[in-house]
Design a protein around this ligand. Structure first.
Ligand code: CA
Ligand code: CA
Ligand code: CA
Length: 459
């Protein structure tokens, strides 16, 4: 925070954006940190709005309906007990606690705060309401998110903030008139902003080679317990430094933190206000996605059906135009382009590649594209175990008869479609291959964190 304030150095005394925002779709259950999105919901109102700016926890009323509620208020609670030898699965706790205190209490005495995944579970706990007539904490909560998906929990709110004035303040600004304290503001306000970059000079990522055979998940657990995480690699310098830790002592394959999650689809158009609850999750895949050759990270529509496909294929595409004076909502572009080229074209001329939020839009897009194969805005990236967003890759290229990596086990019996984790191949200069995650391999951890202290003020 001090380093950020120094960047501006007194040259500006208003407010400027930082990366913290409030995502209304980010509800999670305390138990296993399971995401609510796409699951069973019982909201009292159509959609929570974070009224008051601090309503990031959830109470259930006597009718079993849910409502957002400030986490620092006190309520009774219901714990869930998942232990095998326990006969009472749901325990009403007749004590007043804040949400965090309630979570600690349940974790200490039982398993966790209650999760509710279907109507049946509501029926099971209804008798608890008949006895008591208070609202109770349930395990549903969320936290504000950082733009770079980092999980910093530091905050520096000004007194009385965040307040979500007018239920329209979901982004965060630093106020330089008030020694850098934070306020929540309407995201559509135009303000100067602060970016950051990570300079390799300030990177303190130390790699550690662990010469024990483990599955990818076991290796991840080991690294998180003993270091920071499985290795993330940002550039060729770091790749060299990682190889040097082996120092010729091993010449096979070893895990790094990169993996492929076939459910990590996102829309090119990210605007939160554009999607109502559940609308990000509309899909119409047909026997897909299968990531058939390991490179299928973009989605096209062919008639009714969606397919994942290599982003380098050239297809016609559908842009969306969200501007107020737009004459058409969807525009079919009949020229074949790669997915990335199509995205650039749509962003330049209209708003973005088309998102499909429901069956009505699905039909509208079908009708403008006249039955052609078209790219839509759905895509994904491989992910790093530590959630860093490094886009560096060092895949093994095609050599003679070997297929280029990643290949998702293309043409290898029993492996086709099952290679979701990434290994460094030390016999091949450290180049990467995708492998089955349950293979047992040595692995690379890292310790230390990137120090994000290069701030840039937009002025
Ligand atoms: Ca505010
Ligand atoms: Ca496919
Ligand atoms: Ca492979």
């Amino acid at each position: 925070m001090n380093s950020l304030i120094n960047t501006v150095n007194g040259s500006y005394s208003g407010s400027a954006w930082i990366g913290l925002f409030d995502d209304l779709n980010s509800w999670r259950w305390s138990l296993n940190n399971a995401a609510l999105e796409g699951g069973y919901k019982r909201w009292y109102v159509q959609r929570p709005v974070n009224s008051g700016g601090r309503s990031l926890c959830v109470i259930m009323n006597t009718y079993g309906l849910w409502n957002e509620y400030p986490c620092s208020y006190s309520n009774h609670l219901i714990c869930y007990d998942g232990r095998e030898n326990v006969s009472t699965k749901y325990v009403y706790v007749n004590q007043l606690k804040t949400w965090t205190e309630a979570q600690s209490y349940c974790r200490e005495h039982h398993t966790d705060l209650i999760s509710i995944r279907n109507e049946n579970e509501i029926h099971k706990i209804q008798y608890l309401f008949k006895k008591e007539f208070n609202s109770v904490w349930i395990g549903l909560y969320r936290t504000r998110s950082w733009s770079d998906q980092s999980n910093s929990s530091f905050s520096n709110w000004r007194t009385g903030q965040p307040d979500n004035a007018g239920n329209s303040e979901y982004c965060t600004a630093v106020s330089f008139s008030d020694s850098g304290s934070w306020t929540d503001e309407n995201c559509n306000t135009a303000l100067p902003f602060i970016c950051y970059s990570v300079s390799s000079l300030t990177s303190s990522r130390q790699y550690h080679f662990v010469n024990e055979n483990k599955t990818w998940t076991e290796a991840q657990r080991f690294c998180r317990q003993n270091y920071t995480d499985l290795a993330t690699i940002d550039n060729m310098e770091e790749m060299k430094s990682l190889i040097n830790t082996v120092n010729g002592s091993y010449s096979g394959s070893a895990w790094i933190g990169l993996y492929d999650d076939v459910n990590s689809w996102r829309w090119s158009l990210e605007d939160n206000d554009f999607y109502q609850e559940g609308e990000r999750d509309f899909r119409n895949f047909y026997h897909q996605p299968d990531n058939y050759n390991g490179k299928e990270l973009c989605v096209y529509m062919s008639y009714e059906n969606w397919f994942d496909s290599s982003c380098d294929n050239k297809y016609t595409f559908v842009c969306s135009d969200g501007r107020e004076n737009a004459s058409q909502k969807y525009i079919w572009v009949s020229e074949g382009r790669t997915w990335t080229e199509a995205q650039s074209y749509c962003r330049e001329k209209y708003t973005d590649l088309a998102s499909v939020r429901n069956e009505t839009e699905h039909q509208q897009i079908l009708s403008v594209s006249l039955g052609n194969v078209v790219w839509i805005g759905l895509y994904r990236n491989r992910l790093w175990s530590d959630q860093s967003n490094s886009s560096f890759t060092y895949w093994r290229q095609m050599v003679r008869s070997e297929v280029a990596q990643p290949d998702n086990g293309f043409n290898i019996p029993k492996q086709t479609g099952h290679q979701h984790c990434t290994a460094v191949s030390l016999q091949h200069f450290g180049q990467w291959t995708d492998e089955q995650c349950f293979n047992s391999l040595p692995f690379f951890c890292y310790s230390g964190e990137q120090i994000y202290n290069n701030f840039y003020y937009s002025n």
